[in-house]
Design a protein around this ligand. Structure first.
Ligand code: NDP
Length: 296
């Protein structure tokens, strides 16, 4: 079997177009422009690239982008004061504090200082609790993107066995919650899981969010399963730097029914879902109908 390739790049472009169309309607019918504020502390090169991409795509979707670049030595008090000002700013509907923060800053404190209604990353403890209890939450962008791809491929996910490898607060745990919310039978695997291969082979849906290049191999995949590869790893191959996932694509694609590639799978969905969350936050703040299909 050769797996169907789930094209996250094309899907993300459709999500961005849907967001842009909805934003245009908000502007025309309500004079409303959703705004996303991104806070970057320090000069981490990868974070600089992410923040630039977020800003560009926010503007392209017709929304307002507010970038706040603070020096690496910024104090906790100054960071919290900026977050408080953004919470109070009516032009800002979404706030994202780019992680990781420099070591002297407490990221939990910063995230939990964001107004939960503006927490478009879905990391605030209130949103974690709302998601965990099946209530309307702001949902973390990467797992939301994975869920959209899975719903698009399968239709209903009810009754499917899902295995999520990884239990981080950013990807693994919210992914598991979302799959449970869609009535999958969910297993969460991690570094202490015994016989990971056997656990993975029980999956109709296998989500890899491990951070280890190509560690999920074809022999760990049930024939016909859907494989979602969240991993982004930079490895050197033949003297060149390449991006690879947490899944060994060649061997897994030979067994799976469908698979996301790296790059071009889950990655592009993350910013698309950030835009979707910003739009959703704006609609909720104003009591307006939310866009279809862009929330959990
Ligand atoms: P973390 O490092 O926070 O979590 C990794 C998880 O994998 C942990 O729960 C860990 O288990 C588990 N793990 C590590 N080694 C093994 C192993 N040998 N067997 C089984 N489980 C293992 O990573 P993130 O969740 O933040 O990210 C995961 C991957 O997703 C990374 O490659 C990251 O770059 C990528 N990513 C991609 C995004 C995108 O936009 N596409 C966004 C966010 C992340 P334990 O808890 O026991 O230590």
């Amino acid at each position: 079997m050769t797996a169907r390739v789930i094209d996250g790049k094309a899907f993300a472009a459709r999500v961005r177009a849907q967001v842009a169309a909805h934003v245009a309607r908000l502007r025309d019918e309500h004079g409303l422009v959703p705004g996303l504020a991104v806070v970057l502390v320090g000069e981490d090169p990868a974070s600089q690239v992410y923040v630039r991409n977020k800003g560009t795509q926010t503007t392209e979707a017709g929304m307002q982008s507010f970038e706040h670049r603070l020096p690496a030595q910024t104090s906790e008090a100054d960071l919290l004061a900026l977050i408080a000002a953004l919470n109070a700013d009516p032009a800002v509907h979404g706030i994202l504090v780019q992680l990781p923060l420099p070591k002297h800053l407490d990221s939990d404190l910063a995230i939990n200082a964001i107004d939960p209604a503006k927490d478009v990353d879905g990391f605030h403890i209130s949103n974690v609790g709302l998601l965990g209890t099946g209530q309307k939450a702001m949902v973390p962008c990467t797992p939301l993107g994975c869920l959209m791809l899975l719903r698009d491929h399968h239709g209903s996910l009810a009754g499917l066995n899902a295995v999520v490898v990884g239990r981080s607060n950013i990807v693994g745990k919210p992914m598991a919650q979302l799959l449970l919310g869609d009535s999958c039978t969910v297993t969460i695997a991690h570094s202490r899981t015994k016989d990971l291969g056997a656990v993975c082979r029980g999956a109709d849906i296998l989500v890899a969010a491990v951070g280890r290049a190509e560690m999920i191999t074809g022999d760990m995949v049930r024939p016909g399963a859907t494989v979602i590869d969240v991993g982004i790893n930079r490895v050197e191959r033949n003297g060149k730097l390449r991006l690879v996932g947490d899944v060994d694509y060649a061997s897994a694609a030979a067994v799976a029914g469908a698979i996301t590639p790296v790059p071009g799978g889950v990655g592009p969905m993350t910013i698309a879902c950030l835009l979707a969350n910003t739009l959703t936050a704006c609609c909720r703040a104003k009591g307006l109908p939310e866009p279809d299909g862009l929330t959990a």
